[in-house]
Design a protein around this ligand. Sequence first.
Ligand code: ADP
Ligand code: ASP
Ligand code: MG
Length: 409
Amino acid sequence: MRNKIYVLKFGGTSIANIKRINYVANRIYSYVKKGYGLVVVVSAMGDTTDNLIRLARKINPCPSEREIDMLISTGEQISVSLLAMALHKRKLDAISLVGHQVGIITDTKHTKAKILKIKTERIKKEVNEGKVVIVAGFQGMTAHNEITTLGRGGSDLSAVAIAVSLNARMCEIYTDVEGVYTADPRIVPAARKIKRITFDEMLELASRGAQVMQTRAIEVAKRFNIPLYVRSSFNKKEGTTIMGKIPYIEEPMVRGITLMENEIKITIRNVPDKPGIAAYIFTQLASGDINVDMIVQNISHKHTTDISFTIPKSSINKVRKISSRVIKRIGAESVVTDENIAKVSVVGVGMKTHPGVAAKCFHALAKNKINIEMISTSEISISCVVKKKMGKKALRILHKTFGLGKLSG
Ligand code: ADP
Ligand code: ASP
Ligand code: MG
């Protein structure tokens, strides 16, 4: 039996200015009047986190990750306190807390820390005293009192992890769109809102670029089977439920299409073609905590080969350092970086039982003269790397090709 606690999370655009904070405060007010215990997790206002990172890079192009965390964790401290003040003005008892006050304990990986545990005593005490507890998302603290952050979009993870640790009745994610769509509705106007989606499909959509939910937040929700409700903070329309099982008669073949524009392609040229080399390269990258996505090795000629892979743009400085060390060690020729790429992905669990999805996808891109530079597939997704300027067009074409604009959820 779940506790009578609601966890609500409001993203950056939802609290971007005073007007929006007041609007959110009014919505919180209506929950309190229903008699629920309330924990509200908030992100930093508007583009605060991006602006702080820009500021850091003006001072030092390669800032230390510890200091980045010290800086960007301040964004959420501003929004929690302002929201608490807005609730006080409405005569509601509310208290704002930052990560270490809540007791969100993480590992030591600055800028992408993992939550190890949440000490719930403080939150429970405040909720039991009838207060609305407003928690700064995106941050935690190591066992040695160092401030950490949880990776971009990490307030989603804070909300889900808190909901799990409180055994909350509901975790609602308030954002600037009405739910999860078949594609980013800002790029594909024909995209349709999805009424219900499984954790597995949402996980794949999120990890392939549907930024509406952070991937790690979905992983945690799935592990603890806590349903999420994604909805708009701008109106009261129905949103999307993300849940474990949906009693489909027939699973939809394709659920959604995603676009990722923040990856870089790295190519290591003239790598000696012998056993153990790939293992060495990717072990070095893994030990630098680099998330490698697609990997392609070209056909070997004259005992050497080219290895290409994609990485998040944010890892580029680290990857440059690691690869220049690696190429010296293995005797490869050079490292080439290509920022001019975008990745489009077709996602759906029904793909497992429907052959021909890949062919249909490649055919649609070819017909529109969009060249595919890299391909990767999983059981429930197909991803293609294309030139950056073709990314949005490819997204719209694939959305249309798979008839998603006509679905109603
Ligand atoms: P928040 O600040 O509330 O966390 P985000 O900017 O992180 O909001 O995520 C919401 C954004 O995700 C939307 O504005 C939308 O442009 C984008 N988005 C990308 N793919 C999708 C999708 N499939 N469905 C809904 N939104 C999506
Ligand atoms: N403010 C953080 C970010 O911009 C966390 C979040 O928005 O969820 O990534
Ligand atoms: Mg977000």
